[in-house]
Design a protein around this ligand. Structure first.
Ligand SMILES: [Cu+2]
Length: 671
């Protein structure tokens, strides 16, 4: 459940387009509250109000209309790329309008400059993602149902104020009814007087709610399992008690100090730091999106990425119990990563030297609201950048300390918290750090102790993390859409592999291995898998831009990190719906309307109309505008040390320049 703070909107002020100021000026609120400076700036409150007024004026809004999303409709890529500061640019709003009475979903584009609806059409058969208001609307419906009361009574619970009801997206539909009606699942936890109800599942009960009809349409009430006895609260008072009366002594301070100020400049949503420049926005669906990432190569600004975003997620649970088989959270497509982001806590969530940015979202009823401090930007120590100690010259040392720029946000979808940080480095590389923390989903069980390595019954599909609590196995799949523009939009794709040569004339001592480079000419054959033996990597390069000295086509390499294949059977409906997990690396030709790997509306969809479908067009990837889609996965077999709250698990990948520069771009870094 999400509590939202509806902040007062800041007064509007028009601000003229100006070049980067010579002196660093620090506007507290980004341009979301002011007139947009750039075609990719998110909508401001005045624009949201105008979009809503135009939709109303043209008769598109009924009494029962909800707004799953109302946000900037990004201008076509070609238009953004040809835009120069000072030129006029289009401003359009994209709105999903959901009629909660009829269940009809519409998409609208509002031309904000002309003050008219530019397009409006129904999207038949699709469900918008779970809306924040539904988290509030569904639990009372469940609690009022006599079957719920009966089920709780069977478990010895008569005071329903002690019970928390949490909701889930329906999952993969299996019949026509579950495709058409808007359905949510509801599960129960014992809250009592505690603060962490996720630790105390009331298992064996799932209700299915028709949200439109506002009634429970199905109840699955099976085993009565013990409610876990331990509260597992982790507020300060509870932890003090748990730790035997006192917490650890506070450590002496470690101070992060930038006495001469920061090294980045911010104007609106644009950031410049070191040799990097980029634009950012906190998108309500995708979370933090980077645009127009460029690197200044000795005075030449070279594009690297046009747009980088999390395109969808899928978190399937691996327990065969019927209360668990539907659980596979498409955290982005079914819920929305950005709009569930929270206000960052400086000194804990992010370092004390962070600069914070508010983000503007629109609630289900079309009202804009601000999430304070939703995005953080900070510089951090990057560890050793490079070094050599000359052992023949008295141990003379040449080394450089690295510095990194990080921009990130944290989202909370019910029990889990995800952080995503983009890291910019001085050697021309980029890293995405995905951070997993929060509370693992819990299942009730009769087991109270393991006594060894028991892997039977509930312990086959999960691990005991507390008496009567099993945390079922699950996988977190993230798909990232990387619209690389490596020194321009004309790019090609190659797969790199290491191969040992057979012993023979070319390899007389059996030590030689080669790196092969295989072009991937088109989308057919561009769904690729990681390979341990050949250490497969992928290169996106610009065939028409060569480095001056060595003549390499300028390229960027995907260096995968932790990953895993899905444990879903081929017959699993989840593989149909979340087809983007079937392979780890995908390439497509860029299309502005191919944005979400699980398709635009994955909620209650039997199949996906996303990435695997688009790829069937077999468009060329040779000298084209190319998009790299990378699916990475954390296979989570829970440990007791991750209970009741997980220490951060960090995962992600890197993008490394490969033949983009003629030499180490970090040689110019001063000591
Ligand atoms: Cu997990």
């Amino acid at each position: 459940m999400k509590t939202l703070l509806f902040a007062f909107l800041l007064p509007l002020s028009a601000s003229a387009v100006q070049p980067f100021p010579a002196k660093r000026e620090v506007p507290r609120v980004p341009s979301s509250a002011n007139a947009p400076l750039h075609p990719l700036d998110p909508l401001g409150p005045r624009e949201v109000a105008k979009a809503l007024a135009v939709l109303k004026k043209e008769g598109k809004v009924a009494t029962d209309t909800l707004f799953p999303y109302l946000m900037l409709k990004e201008p076509p890529k070609a238009e953004v790329l040809s835009w120069k500061e000072g030129m006029p640019f289009r401003r359009e709003a994209f709105a999903e309008l959901y009629d909660r009475k009829t269940g009809k979903l519409f998409e609208a584009t509002v031309d904000l400059r002309a003050g008219r609806v530019a397009s409006f059409h129904e999207v038949p058969g699709m469900h918008p993602s779970v809306m924040i208001s539904e988290f509030d609307a569904v639990p009372p419906i469940v609690k009022a149902d006599p079957r719920f009361k009966e089920a709780m009574k069977r478990r010895g619970i008569t005071n329903l104020d002690d019970v928390a009801v949490d909701i889930w997206a329906y999952g993969s539909p299996r019949d026509e009814f579950s495709r058409t009606a808007r359905l949510m699942r509801a599960i129960a936890y014992f809250k009592g007087k505690g603060t962490n109800f996720y630790a105390r599942p009331i298992d064996g009960f799932t209700a299915t709610v028709d949200v439109t009809e506002r009634k429970v349409v199905d109840v699955l009430d099976t085993d009565v399992l013990p409610v876990p006895p331990d509260s597992a609260d982790f507020d300060k008072a509870s932890l003090t008690k748990l730790e035997g009366g006192k917490l650890r002594p506070a450590l002496k301070p470690l101070v992060i100090s930038q006495p001469k100020g920061v090294n980045y400049e911010v104007r609106g949503h644009e950031v410049r730091w070191n040799n990097w420049s980029f634009h950012f926005a906190l998108h309500p669906r995708e979370g933090l999106v980077l645009y127009l990432v460029r690197y200044n190569d000795h005075g030449t600004w070279r594009p690297v990425l046009y747009r980088a975003s999390l395109s969808d997620m899928m978190v399937p649970y691996g327990h065969s119990d019927q209360h668990w088989t539907y659980r596979a959270a498409f955290d982005e497509g079914e819920y929305g990563i950005g709009r569930y982001s929270g206000s960052l806590d400086v000194g804990a969530d992010v370092p004390t030297n962070s600069r914070l940015f508010d983000a503007l979202f629109v609630d289900d009823f079309g009202k804009p609201y601000v999430t304070k401090n939703a995005v953080a930007l900070w510089e951090r120590d990057g560890g050793l950048l490079w070094k050599h100690m000359d052992m023949y010259n008295g141990g003379k040392n040449e080394s450089r300390r690295g510095r990194e720029l990080v921009i990130g946000f944290i989202t909370t979808i019910s029990n889990y918290d995800y952080g995503l940080n983009w890291v910019f480095k001085e050697d021309g590389s980029l890293e995405l750090e995905a951070v997993l923390t929060g509370i693992m989903l819990s299942k009730g069980t009769t087991v109270t102790r393991v006594d060894g390595h028991d892997h039977s019954g509930d312990l086959k599909f999960g691990h005991l993390v507390a008496p009567n609590v099993v945390a079922p196995h699950h996988q977190h799949f993230f798909n990232v859409r990387l619209d690389l523009d490596v020194d321009g939009t004309t790019n090609s794709v190659a797969e790199l592999e290491n191969h040992a040569l057979s012993e023979g004339k070319e390899n007389p001592f059996g030590n030689a291995f080669e790196m092969t480079e295989t072009l991937i000419p088109s989308e057919k054959g561009a769904a690729r898998d990681l390979d341990f033996l050949s250490q497969r990597k992928w290169l996106v390069f610009n065939p028409s831009s060569r480095t001056e000295k060595l003549g390499y086509p300028r390229g960027f390499l995907l260096l995968p990190g932790e990953n895993a294949a899905p444990y879903l059977q081929a017959s699993s409906p989840l593989l149909e719906r979340g087809g983007f997990v079937k392979h780890q690396v995908w390439f497509t030709q860029e299309r502005d309307d191919e944005m979400y790997a699980g398709g635009p509306y994955p909620l209650q969809r039997p199949t996906s109309d996303g990435l695997p479908e688009w790829q069937k067009q077999n468009r060329s990837l040779d000298g084209q505008d190319v998009v790299l889609w990378y699916t990475f996965c954390v296979s989570h077999a829970p440990r007791p040390e991750e209970w009741p709250v997980m220490s951060v698990h960090k995962t992600g990948f890197q993008l490394l320049p490969a033949g983009f520069f003629d030499r180490n771009p970090a040689l110019g870094v001063r000591r």
